[in-house]
Design a binder for this molecule. Sequence first.
Ligand code: CA
Length: 230
Amino acid sequence: MKLLVVEDEVKLAEYLRKGLTGEGFVVDVAHNGLEGLHLAMEGDYGAIVLDRMLPGLDGMALLSALRSKKGTPVLMLTAVGGVEDRVGGLQSGADDYLVKPFAFSELVARLHVITKRGSNTNEYHSEATTLNLADLELDLVRRKATRDGQPLVLTAKEFNLLTLLLRRQGEVLSRATLAEQVWDMNFDSGTNVIEVAIRRLRTKLDVPFDCPLLHTERGMGYVLEDRSTV
Ligand code: CA
């Protein structure tokens, strides 16, 4: 999944870029509000981490400009931790709010929650943070996958690939879709990155179990589906 970080403190922005990349996200960074707004409008981001105090255009102004066009989930960062500020941020369309300094693990957990629930703030407390198919379960907050209660040891990319397939279970996803959503690359038929990743995922996900869930549709792509009862 692609994230946009809009943060003018260069050191913090770089720390976030490195850390979030390590969590398997694809990260773009903007260091001022105008650049951030431009990227947010043009790009296809799963979520935006938005600093409140920014040069050029502040976080609140960026958010309201964005909200007139797009519902991309936004997690706002602020040094101001007052209740009024928090309420103001949420009312202006932020999906969540984090006060600096924050723990990186909390940022990651909250990003997983807001990207799972989209930008519908009403579902904040009821939205499940797990995805299921047959005996497969993904815990999106803890980023753990299990089948039949047994943990699957996945890399960050494999987890993201499985999350996408599971969210869109029953739907055939093309290599181009997977390349763009999981690797942030334009699909080039000369590369076998996708095939290799699918093969590795299948080795962990399906080979040790009786019922395969990941299926190849020749010439079309891949689909995650329980076909045991079909
Ligand atoms: Ca700032």
